[in-house]
Design a protein around this ligand. Structure first.
Ligand SMILES: O=C(COP(=O)(O)O)NO
Ligand SMILES: [Ca+2]
Ligand code: NA
Ligand SMILES: [Zn+2]
Length: 305
């Protein structure tokens, strides 16, 4: 069933488990996310970035909404990294049940102002809101935040921010970053910081940049002709620990991008004569489903629906 982000994340924080928020760009990724959630009896969030909305528009949103409505587990459709009030409202008009307003690259007061506007409008329509305080490293959808400017979330500021905005859940910067290169080796996750914020805030917390970039998928990507450097993601143990301390929404995009591409590359390499789109895109669903299943087990959401 199609539900709001709050319907999914408030129980997740209370139950000390994380819920995967997986980015989609097409039908096959959407099917892999929702069918795997149903198979494992797990709640799940499907998210679209502004780039995905540009790419698939209402057509793609409708695929997600229809699968979500027919799903036997709770599913929310979430706008990832909404960059403005207008973008958030447009997503709500498209049928999204949760929207992120990411104004974290603005000064504190402006972030509060922008976020509060979205919260008032979204709440008036029964839609949940995610906001962000602090900056991840890596490439954010619309902002390149290089290492020196990346700054982690200040717990005291977070309390003030939530009080003044009314956001339903809060994305915090705790050492993760977007993309396949999260640091040389195991990225540093500031667990002390998460646990401090957990004590001060009762709303669900969100971890961005949480792909694991599993070595096996990276190797399959190379073996099927892909080129990728020294790729590293978030360790399963770090995610597991974070879900015990307030992190309820865990964003995963890179892992599905890699899995989808591995699925396609392996078919094209193994069967050069193949040109049936169902045979080219279909097997990728299985590769993605395995990645999604692993994540749901790490986060503890299996059987929670
Ligand atoms: O935070 C993410 C995804 O992060 P990854 O690149 O680690 O999948 N989307 O908002
Ligand atoms: Ca941001
Ligand atoms: Na998001
Ligand atoms: Zn993100």
């Amino acid at each position: 069933m199609l539900v709001t982000g709050k319907d999914i994340l408030v129980p997740a924080r209370a139950g000390k488990y994380g819920v995967g928020a997986f980015n989609t760009n097409n039908m096959e990724i959407t099917q892999a996310i929702i069918h795997t959630a149903e198979r494992l009896r797990s709640p799940v969030m499907v998210q679209m970035s502004e780039g995905a909305i540009k790419y698939g528009g209402q057509d793609l949103a409708n695929i997600v909404i229809d699968l979500a409505q027919r799903a036997t587990v709770p599913v929310a459709l979430h706008l990832d990294h909404g960059s403005s009030y207008e973008s958030a409202l447009k997503a709500i008009k498209m049928g999204f049940t949760s929207v992120m307003i990411d104004a974290s690259h603005h000064p504190f007061e402006e972030n509060i102002h922008e976020t509060r506007r979205v919260v008032e409008a979204a709440h008036a329509m029964g839609i949940s809101v995610e906001a962000e305080l602090g900056r991840l490293g890596g490439i954010e959808e619309h902002v390149v935040v290089d290492e020196k400017d990346a700054f982690l979330t200040d717990p005291q500021e977070a309390v003030q921010f939530v009080e003044q905005t009314g956001t339903d859940y809060l994305a915090i910067a705790i050492g993760t970053s977007h993309g396949a290169y999260k640091g040389k080796g195991r990225p540093f996750i500031d667990h002390e910081r998460i646990e401090k914020i957990e004590q001060l805030l009762s709303i669900p917390l969100v971890a961005h940049g949480s792909s694991g970039v599993p070595a096996e998928i990276v190797q399959r990507f190379r073996d099927s002709g892909g080129e990728i450097g020294d790729a590293f993601g978030i360790a399963d143990e770090d995610l597991q620990r974070a879900t015990q301390h307030g992190i309820a929404k865990v964003n995963v995009d890179t892992d599905l991008r890699l899995a989808m591409t591995v699925g396609v590359r392996e078919v094209l390499k193994a069967t050069p004569k193949e040109f049936d789109p169902r045979k080219v895109f279909g097997p990728a669903r299985e590769v993605m489903s395995q990645i999604i299943e692993h994540k749901m087990r790490v986060l503890g959401s299996v059987g929670k629906a």
